[in-house]
Design a protein around this ligand. Structure first.
Ligand code: HEC
Length: 107
């Protein structure tokens, strides 16, 4: 393949690669941008906001004992000062967030 046809193939493939990257929800990335400001990067709630809101550690047994459905609803519908993310995030995003919160469980 010469250089020019390689460039054409590359140009044709790039948008496909970009769209699959966007289709897969990255729970860790969404968490970092939308949730870490209150809940902390590690879910511990040790942020100025988290402390004043008295957030429970997302990795604690009390939070982790809830079902995926409950964690999903808490994120989608909000609770008290916890904002509702339904409409702002897709179902796939919220499912990815629940999976990400499971990685915070204390061993
Ligand atoms: C503005 C600060 C704020 C942001 C941003 C925020 N939360 Fe919360 N979150 C709260 C507060 C406050 C509570 C406690 C609600 C209560 O129990 O009254 C909470 C509770 C929760 C709970 C329940 C934990 C428990 O104690 O059982 C989950 C799950 C949760 N948040 C997930 C998320 C996710 C996922 C995001 C990002 C999409 C997020 N939160 C963003 C403030 C925030």
């Amino acid at each position: 393949m010469n250089r020019k046809s390689f460039a054409i193939v590359l140009a044709a493939l790039l948008p496909i690669a970009a769209s699959t990257a966007f289709a897969a929800s990255d729970g860790a990335a969404v968490y970092k941008t939308k949730c870490a400001s209150c809940h902390g990067a590690d879910g511990s709630g040790q942020t100025a906001m988290g402390k004043s809101l008295k957030l429970r550690d997302l990795g604690s047994a009390d939070v982790q004992k809830q079902t995926d459905k409950e964690l999903y609803s808490l994120t989608a519908d909000g609770k008290g000062k916890m904002p509702a993310y339904k409409g702002k995030l897709t179902e796939a995003d919220i499912n990815a967030l629940v999976a990400h919160m499971r990685t915070m469980a204390k061993k």
